[in-house]
Design a protein around this ligand. Sequence first.
Ligand SMILES: Nc1nc2c(ncn2[C@@H]2O[C@H](COP(=O)(O)OP(=O)(O)O)[C@@H](O)[C@H]2O)c(=O)[nH]1
Ligand SMILES: [Mg+2]
Ligand SMILES: [Zn+2]
Length: 302
Amino acid sequence: MNPDEARVVESYGRRVVLSLPDGQRQPAEVFGKRLRVVCGDEVRVSQHAENSALQVLDVLPRKTHFTRTNSQGQAEVLAANITQLVVLMSDHPVSDPFIVDRYLAGAELGGIKALLVATKQDLGQSEEFQAHILAYQQAGYGVCNVSARDQATLHTLRQALSNEVSMLVGESGVGKSTLTNALLGTNTQRIREISESTGEGRHTTVSSILFDLPEGNAALIDSPGVRDYAPAPVNDLQVSFGWREFARYTGQCKFNNCLHLREPGCAILAAVKTGEISQRRHESYKRLVNLMRQLLPSYERH
Ligand SMILES: Nc1nc2c(ncn2[C@@H]2O[C@H](COP(=O)(O)OP(=O)(O)O)[C@@H](O)[C@H]2O)c(=O)[nH]1
Ligand SMILES: [Mg+2]
Ligand SMILES: [Zn+2]
């Protein structure tokens, strides 16, 4: 990294926290109204005088960007330059597999590797949960079973995190911040207290924060709690690229613009019928096609 370059480790609009080439973390201001920076961005900075505030002047080209559709139906970049999305799933409380699918699709569409982590292993796993995990393995995803309360369970995950810039995502309460603390060996991130009366937790992680992991050349981003997630708008034909297991059947459908919904001679529908592709994963695909059709008017689709 050049001496005038830095990495954004926290972003609050105009105010950010930077990690400087010497490893120090310092607050800075974003210069100019149009510049938008997110966690993981590499930026060019300047400082007028020894004790003046650091200013972010420019964003270096992003190698990857992980996006979502925001509440206005627009694409929003959540993190830049991550190499791996780590999608957390828990049985306590039960994670929604349709949200997990959309996170995995967001990674595929952003050209980012994806890994699944089943959390809170110490609390046990129902048969239904294990069936979901098996379906993800059959689709081609690696799965780590962990408990943040047992360092011995973190070994495989630590290996998967080395030499990567990983972002932890998943529904509120799935255990992202607890896992971050366990991996860092600190109590940096605040943990949600789940209210006994309502079962609802408070959102204690307000912004994505990037941490350097002690081992290897690795970084980990803890992200704020969410209720829902969808990738940035894409046209309906692109949605299938979010389902890794569909790739095996590329070129085998009768129509080359097949959307795998109800077309005759569809290789994907045939694979769903034989059980080679999970029925639930395909249902999830159909739901995302429908959502994307609502988000993008038809003239933008083709
Ligand atoms: N038993 C058990 N509880 C956990 C584990 N990880 C997290 N939790 C609990 O799950 C709740 C939510 O955790 P938190 O890390 O705040 O979730 P986040 O919203 O995804 O960041 C807290 O009450 C944690 O104590 C685990 O491995 N085992
Ligand atoms: Mg959290
Ligand atoms: Zn098809």
